[in-house]
Design a protein around this ligand. Structure first.
Ligand code: ZN
Length: 396
C-alpha cells in the first residue's frame, strides 16, 4: 500500500482538508482523516502543504500514430500529458492513418499505442459516411463515443457526414450509452474568402460564428429527436450559448466543451502571419472570450480540454504559409492546468471548480472503460474528486 498524506487534499464535497489517500495497484482505495492509523510496511509520501488533487482528464487529444507519427506519436504525447498533470487522455479518431472508424482500425491504433503510454489512454471512434454498421462493435469493446464532422475535417480520410448519415449513426448508438461528438461548424454561405490571407482577420471572416450556430442548431434537433447524448467539442462562438442553455433547460442530452486557447488568446492580439494561432473554429474577439469565461461560471460549458493537435513545422511556417493554407491546430497538452489556474485567479474559481472542469466532467463524458481487445489493455479510469462514495469506480 502506498499512502499520500497531506495538509491540502481536495476531497469531493468538502474542498481542501488534511487527509491520507491510500493507493493500491495504482488505484485509490481509501481516503481518511489525517490521523488514520498507518501500518508499518506502508510507504508514505508526505505532500506537506502542496495540493493533492485528481489528475487532469483531457478528453480531446489528437495523437497521430500510426500514419502521421512525425506529427506526434504516443510516446511524446503521453509524456507531455504527464508533465502537465494529465493522468488520462482520450485520443480523437482522426489525423492518424487509419482513422478510428472500424474495429480493425481501432486494433491498429491500440497496437501502435502499446508499450508507449505514460498515462492512461482511451480512444474515441469516428463516424464517417457508410460506417454506421461498425459502431456497435466498437462500443462493445469499450469505445465511449464517436466524433463526426459536418464540414471538411482537414484530412481526406475522415470525410464529413450528412444529416442522413447522422440519423443512421444515432440509431445505432441509441441505448448504448455512447455519445456522439460533433465538430460543430457547418457551411452557411456567409463565409468570406476574400482579403489578404496573411491577415488573421481574413481567416476569422472565413469561419464566422454563424457556422457554429448552424451546426449547433442541427445538433440540438438531433439530440432532441433521438435522445442520444450529443457533445459539442471546442465551442468557440459565445453567440451559440443561449441556444445551448435553452436546450439543456429542456432536458436535451447535450454537453459542451471549450478549449484553453479560446479562453486565453483573442483575435485582436494575433499578429499577421502568425499561423501558429490557426485552429478551427477560430480564436475570436476578446468580448467573445469574456462570455466563454462567464459560461464556465454559469455552468453552461461543462469542461475545458486542449484539442491538442500538433503537426510538423512545415505545415505552419509562419511567414511562408498563410492563414488559409496552413494546418489548423494548436499544441498545448501540457499547459492546460497552468492556464486554467492562472486564468481563474481573477475570476473567483475555486480548486473544486477547476477539478470539475478539467477532471470530473471529461471523465464523466469519456466513461470508465477498459478497452477489451487483443492482449493490450489500456484503461480509462474515472478520476473523480476523491470521495468514499465513488471508490467503486476504481475497481475493475
Ligand atoms: Zn480536435
Amino acid at each position: 500500500m502506498k499512502v499520500y498524506r497531506g495538509e491540502k487534499v481536495l476531497v469531493d464535497g468538502v474542498g481542501l482538508k488534511p487527509a491520507v489517500v491510500l493507493v493500491q495497484g495504482g488505484k485509490v482505495v481509501g481516503v481518511h482523516d489525517i490521523d488514520h492509523p498507518l501500518e508499518k510496511d506502508w510507504k508514505v509520501v508526505d505532500t506537506g502543504s502542496k495540493v493533492l488533487m485528481p489528475g487532469v482528464v483531457d478528453s480531446h487529444v489528437h495523437i497521430n500514430e500510426p500514419g502521421r507519427t512525425d506529427w506526434e506519436g504516443f510516446t511524446t504525447a503521453t509524456r507531455a500529458a504527464a508533465a502537465g498533470g494529465v493522468t488520462t487522455l482520450v485520443d480523437m479518431p482522426l489525423n492518424s492513418i487509419p482513422p478510428t472508424t472500424t474495429i480493425n482500425n481501432l486494433k491498429t491504433k491500440v497496437s501502435a499505442a502499446a508499450g508507449q503510454c505514460w498515462v492512461d489512454v482511451g480512444f474515441w471512434g469516428g463516424v464517417i459516411p457508410g460506417n454506421s454498421g461498425n459502431l456497435k462493435e466498437m462500443v462493445h469493446v469499450g469505445v465511449p463515443g464517436f466524433k463526426c464532422f459536418l464540414i471538411h475535417s482537414g484530412v481526406d480520410e475522415f470525410p464529413a457526414v450528412t444529416e442522413e448519415d447522422l440519423l443512421l449513426a444515432l440509431a445505432q448508438l441509441k441505448g448504448t450509452g455512447a455519445s456522439l461528438l460533433f465538430h460543430s461548424e457547418s457551411e452557411t454561405g456567409s463565409e468570406e474568402q476574400t482579403g489578404d490571407p496573411n491577415n488573421y482577420s481574413t481567416f476569422l471572416l472565413s469561419r464566422p460564428e454563424e457556422m457554429e450556430l448552424k451546426a449547433i442548431n442541427l445538433i440540438i434537433e438531433l439530440a432532441r429527436k433521438t435522445r442520444v447524448p450529443c457533445h459539442i467539442v471546442h465551442l468557440s462562438a459565445a453567440s451559440a450559448l443561449p441556444a445551448i442553455r435553452k436546450a439543456r433547460k429542456e432536458g436535451i442530452p447535450l454537453t459542451v466543451e471549450t478549449c484553453h486557447h479560446y479562453l486565453n488568446l483573442n483575435s485582436e492580439t494575433i499578429p499577421n502571419n502568425a499561423t501558429q494561432f490557426k485552429c478551427c473554429p477560430p480564436i475570436r474577439e476578446k468580448s467573445n472570450q469574456d462570455q466563454l469565461w462567464e459560461a464556465l461560471v454559469q455552468g453552461d460549458i461543462d469542461m475545458v480540454v486542449s484539442d491538442h493537435s500538433p503537426c510538423t513545422p512545415d505545415l505552419k511556417l509562419p511567414g511562408e504559409k498563410d492563414f488559409m493554407n496552413s494546418w489548423g491546430g494548436i499544441s498545448s497538452l501540457q499547459f492546460g492546468l497552468s492556464l486554467l489556474w492562472t486564468g481563474s485567479r481573477t475570476r473567483q474559481f475555486s480548486l473544486q471548480d477547476i477539478n470539475r472542469l478539467l477532471s470530473l466532467a471529461p471523465a464523466k463524458l469519456a466513461g470508465s472503460t477498459v478497452l477489451n481487445i487483443s492482449s493490450v489493455k489500456l484503461y480509462i479510469t474515472h478520476l473523480c474528486p476523491i470521495s468514499k462514495s465513488k471508490f467503486n469506480i476504481y475497481k475493475s
